[in-house]
Design a protein around this ligand. Structure first.
Ligand code: DGY
Length: 333
């Protein structure tokens, strides 16, 4: 008797290695457009018969979707963050949720540093100026920025990515502070980072970089009050999730010169709306949520997501299970 392979819906084309693996183990359908996610109706229609879903952080996986997918056994997210997924609703229905931790740590830390350096040394502004034809001569006061070496770096969230950012700071001879609800004496010793409560970190840091997941507790963790505590020379970097920062308050602080600059890879709404005030500000360096976007890392993330999916569909415990409490009661298991 031949058993037909499990049906899977994939919400975006994945790198070839991941697609090949999917083809070997599943009967999959894929939303073919890379640049836009499937419309909600399409997604709900496609998951109706699926046992597995491979999705990105653009797909809202909530009770409505889970109810529209009675055969679904696993949601495999191609990202480490999974705030787009209602994990409790999945668990309640015995649906496994997986993510891709670890493989994107170093690449995202590189991106945080790229934004920090770009904002500190006004690289994006300088690039626009150089192209504009307005450059007349070497000027003593042209695009003066902030020194990174020897400055104080405040890391909000000392998880994998926060720690990788701290490691890179060694080469810049920086003083390192961190704030995290969980004290990390092991990393304090290893990395030479000093614990500070959020208020002290904000007051004393020249650069502040955010590496927290998005939860109800971290939503608007950096708001008007926190921005007011920062030095007027400070630069804020965010490569985690947009809603951790109150974006309107940040734009206002940048416009008034209450802080010196920002490097942002994530936004409260993505893509950022064309009338967002941040787009008018020269002291903000903005990138389109590309923290983990290197060829090697995105390939690893996709492959890992497919491995998680295939394991779950075979009835094996997937390596990166977000909701282990769903394991004993999983659907179809
Ligand atoms: C994640 O993995 O959560 C990032 O935001 C995308 O790499």
């Amino acid at each position: 008797m031949t058993v037909s392979p499990p049906r899977v819906y994939v919400s975006r084309p994945l790198p070839a290695a991941a697609m090949e693996r999917l083809a070997r183990h599943t009967d999959f359908e894929v939303w073919e457009r890379q640049e836009v996610p499937p419309p909600r109706e399409e997604l709900l229609r496609r998951v109706a018969r699926a046992e597995g879903l491979v999705c990105l952080l653009t797909e809202r996986v909530d009770a409505e979707l889970l109810d529209a997918a009675p055969r679904l056994r696993v949601v495999s997210q191609v990202a480490v963050g999974f705030d787009n997924i209602d994990v409790a609703a999945a668990t309640a229905r015995g649906v496994l949720v997986t993510n891709t931790p670890g493989v994107l740590t170093e690449t995202t830390a590189d991106c945080a540093w790229a934004l920090l350096l770009a904002a500190a040394r006004r690289i994006a502004e300088g690039d626009r100026y150089t192209r504009s034809g307005r450059w007349r001569s070497w000027e003593l006061q042209l695009f003066l920025g902030r020194d990174v070496h020897g400055a104080t770096l405040g890391i909000v969230g000392l998880g994998r990515i926060g720690a990788a950012v701290a490691r890179r700071a060694r080469g810049f001879d920086m003083r390192l502070l961190y704030y995290d609800p969980v004290r990390r004496p092991d990393l304090e010793a290893e990395l030479g980072v000093e614990f500070a409560d959020l208020e002290r970190l904000l007051r004393e840091s020249d650069f502040i970089t955010i590496h927290t997941p998005l939860t109800p507790e971290t939503t608007h963790l950096i708001g008007r009050r926190e921005l007011a505590l920062m030095k007027p020379t400070a630069i804020l970097v965010n490569t985690s999730r947009g809603p951790v920062v109150d974006q309107a308050a940040l734009a206002d602080a940048l416009r008034r010169g209450a802080i010196a600059g920002a490097g942002l890879d994530v936004f409260e709404a993505e893509p950022i709306p064309p009338d967002d005030p941040l787009l008018e500000l020269d002291n903000a360096v903005l990138t389109p949520h590309i923290g983990s976007a290197s060829v090697a890392t995105r390939t690893r993330m996709a492959t890992m997501a497919v491995e998680n999916l295939v394991a779950a569909l075979r009835g094996e415990r997937p390596p990166n299970l977000v909701n282990p409490e769903a394991w004993p009661s999983r659907r179809g298991g």
